[in-house]
Design a protein around this ligand. Structure first.
Ligand SMILES: [Zn+2]
Ligand SMILES: [Zn+2]
Length: 258
């Protein structure tokens, strides 16, 4: 299984529009963060989690030519705004793009992209076609790949994290109910939300995320959904415990089966 971080930034991305802070002015490529998303390649299949506003740029940068499904964590715009650009895969693969999300997420997509969900008979030519799959807090399978949802809270909004065998992706989280925390145990690779160092209502801070990582002890943990207030990548890296790192755009790693 190969994981690629398509975007490691918070909702505004880094640099932030009109900000002149040292992080936003940094020339280090690891301080340039697109909106959060990952690509997963496993068992010959290719999945993305979320389609944020930078989806097109991310597909081009990583040269992704096949997409078997999109799995949505939640309905916020930094995770959904790029959905329209999935239509390139309609043309390339000559099929509807399977999308997976919980009912309120799909309902919001139906409202925000109403033109996509109209009846085929009246649909404008060339508009995106998707195949909708509703998920709930039960393990599900996409083309033979088993996925376990982890139901966490982003302030009061339920958000799904997803576990694929030894790997878990958990973005946009400020609390993990105990029963869901149990499902994380034994994960060997973890990508986890850590917005900044200061308290935040709907995201883990750096120290809260470190606490979660240290309780689970994966072989590697990478933090994501990072804002400009986190500080410079190179400086924050030096402050982190062993086996815990900040993710950056384009980071990729193999999850080798034990
Ligand atoms: Zn977000
Ligand atoms: Zn800034």
């Amino acid at each position: 299984m190969k994981i690629t971080v398509l975007g490691s930034g918070t909702s505004q991305g880094v640099p932030v529009i009109a900000c002149g802070c040292k992080v936003c002015k940094s020339l280090d490529y690891r301080d340039q963060r697109l909106r959060p998303s990952i690509h997963i390649q496993t068992q010959g299949k290719s999945f993305v989690i979320d389609t944020g506003p930078d989806f097109r740029q991310q597909m081009l940068r990583e040269n992704i030519k096949q997409l078997d499904a999109v799995i949505y964590t939640h309905q916020h715009k930094d995770h959904t705004a790029g959905m329209d650009d999935l239509r390139s895969f309609n043309f390339k693969q000559r099929q509807d793009v399977p999308i997976y999300g919980r009912v309120p997420v799909i309902e919001q997509l139906r409202r925000e992209f109403a033109y996509i969900f109209v009846d085929k008979a009246v649909k404008y030519p060339g508009v995106l076609s998707v195949e909708v799959h509703h998920i709930d807090n039960q393990p599900f399978e996409i083309e033979g790949v088993e996925i376990i949802p982890i139901d966490v809270f982003h302030y009061k909004l339920p958000v799904f994290g997803f576990r694929f065998g030894d790997f878990t992706y958990l973005t946009d989280v400020s609390s993990i109910p105990p029963a869901e925390f149990e499902k994380l145990k034994g994960t060997r690779y973890l990508i986890l939300d850590a917005l900044q160092k200061e308290e935040h209502i709907s995201h883990f801070t750096l120290s809260q995320a470190i606490e979660v990582a240290q309780a689970l002890k994966p072989e590697k943990t990478y933090f994501t959904h990072i804002g400009h207030r986190m500080g410079l990548h190179a400086e924050v890296e030096k402050e982190l415990p062993p086996n815990i790192h900040l993710a950056y755009d384009g980071l990729s790693f193999e999850v080798i089966k034990k």
